[in-house]
Design a protein around this ligand. Structure first.
Ligand code: HEC
Length: 168
């Protein structure tokens, strides 16, 4: 081998070696990136595929009487659960305190026995009715449910009972 061949061979080996090193570096980098994302893709792909196939379903299907699917859909079960009802003191603080707390605009004040005695004498049913439906009396106007139409009848009644219990 001439010395020129030897020199070419050295450079050639050097270049090949460098390229191999670069290739190994790329493989290692690619594998480490893949390790971070591939598992996630493998896990999520079935969800994705299911979502796509659901989107591709026809909007509706006709069933002849007697075929499966021709039965009327079941009536929805009991309505969604409603929030727990508020207690008497909770309703009072939220809805009634504005007027009855300080005795504003002719409202009988919480704890004012003198103002409540003749009202309590009317009986609980009348008080409930006046609180629920609203009431125009001698001293002012009691708005229906204190203006809180979202309260249930039972919640308003509980607030009335609370006020009465505090004002005897
Ligand atoms: C905007 C003010 C206001 C709010 C809010 C209010 N009230 Fe009244 N309430 C009155 C007034 C004024 C009276 C007195 C009416 C009269 O006798 O002339 C009254 C009277 C009453 C009475 C006595 C009714 C009777 O027959 O003597 C009850 C019971 C009552 N309110 C319950 C409630 C409850 C329960 C709430 C909260 C859910 C409430 N009020 C919120 C103004 C209010």
């Amino acid at each position: 081998m001439s010395s020129q061949d030897q020199k070419f061979f050295d450079v050639f080996i050097l270049v090949i070696g460098g390229l191999v090193a670069v290739a190994i570096g790329l493989i290692v980098t690619a594998r480490s990136i893949g390790a971070a994302t591939q598992n996630q893709w493998v896990r999520e792909y079935p969800i994705y595929a299911k979502a796509v196939s659901e989107r591709l379903q026809p909007a509706g299907q006709l069933a002849q009487p007697g075929e499966p699917g021709s039965e009327p859909p079941p009536v929805a079960a009991a309505a969604a659960p409603v929030a727990a009802p508020l207690s008497g003191p909770q309703v009072f603080n939220q809805a009634c305190n504005a007027c009855h707390g300080a005795g504003i605009a002719g409202a009988p004040k919480l704890g004012d026995k003198g103002a409540w005695a003749p009202r309590i004498a009317q009986g609980a049913d009348t008080l409930h009715k006046h609180a629920l439906e609203g009431y125009q009396g001698k001293t002012g106007v009691m708005p229906a449910k204190g203006g809180w139409a979202n309260l249930s009848d039972a919640e308003v009644a509980a607030a009335v009972d609370y006020m009465v219990s505090q004002s005897r």
